[in-house]
Write a protein that binds this ligand. Sequence first.
Ligand code: DNO
Length: 348
Amino acid sequence: MKMTFRWYGENDPVTLPNIRQIPQMSGIVSAVYSVPPGGVWPRESIAAVKDAAHKNGLLFEVAESVPVHEDIKLGLPSRDGYIETFCENIRRLSEAGVTCICYNFMPVFDWLRSELSKPLPDGSNALAYDNQTVLDLDPLKSSLSLPGWDESYSKEGLKALMNQYKDIDEEKLWGNFAYFINGIMPTCEECGVNMAIHPDDPPWGIFGLPRIITGAKSYARMTEVCKSPRNGITLCFGSLGADPNNDIASIIREAGCERIHFVHARNIKITGERCFEESAHPSANGSLDMYELLKALHDGGFDGFIRPDHGRMIWGEQGRAGYGLYDRALGAVYLTGLWEAIAKQMKG
Ligand code: DNO
């Protein structure tokens, strides 16, 4: 397992020298943020991320995310051009040493929360999701914006885009996913790059839009539509774990680790039906048994990348919601400790 840390580039208040000092940190997970979805990433921009990482003793082997253009998810005729652009980005990233690309196939919106800084009893704050608040929310009227969302849409643009999805049900979205993944796979094979799809977060439909990567059945189907082991997943504990029907340890044990290229490890506390808040990483702080999950990965021979995922804001830190330094650093060290204990226990 290779421990990594997400870095949002030169504007990230978390610096590379900060990241370097976290014990056992092997590299960063990053992207070129200046290019809109569907554009080609300039070689110099990719090299700048790599060079900055290397200067700080860190590797840049995982890109998160390369956005999938909406025309691909909608299955429009223009998708072929965007698939070719995606392939070009795969080539350029691999030339710079990237071996794993994290992406998602969620229509319009990426991850969703109803609150970005919910105060917790210990004085920290965290991201939270309340089902009723989301049901009452109209994305076309509210001013809600989240760091994971593409902010470039005007309200009219967003309305038109959401309208385009009205004839796209889950079956059609699956068809468009199959077209995309099979379209890029020859390039992934050629370049030695693993694709790691992130689950839908939360793992259920929102705002009437379809979502398909939600649990064990999705993984079975996903691997079926494109059989190359390079068509793999980002196993995100917190996203899948928001649905208590997802037994993540069983998903790992049943599906095996061959397709798990990347792990987002975080804990959540389920506070009601389709309601949760993000907790500190240790098992005792949330609803997920982190030991069981890492043990299942270890037993399956997991040898991919892992990163602590969202952290709370602690010690008065201000910054990008979910992506401060301190709590994620605590998470990384906790995960490394669990992994060491499991490995030593297994040796007997
Ligand atoms: C949220 C992240 C996601 C993830 C994308 C991958 O914090 O895990 O935004 O990067 O869904 O494409």
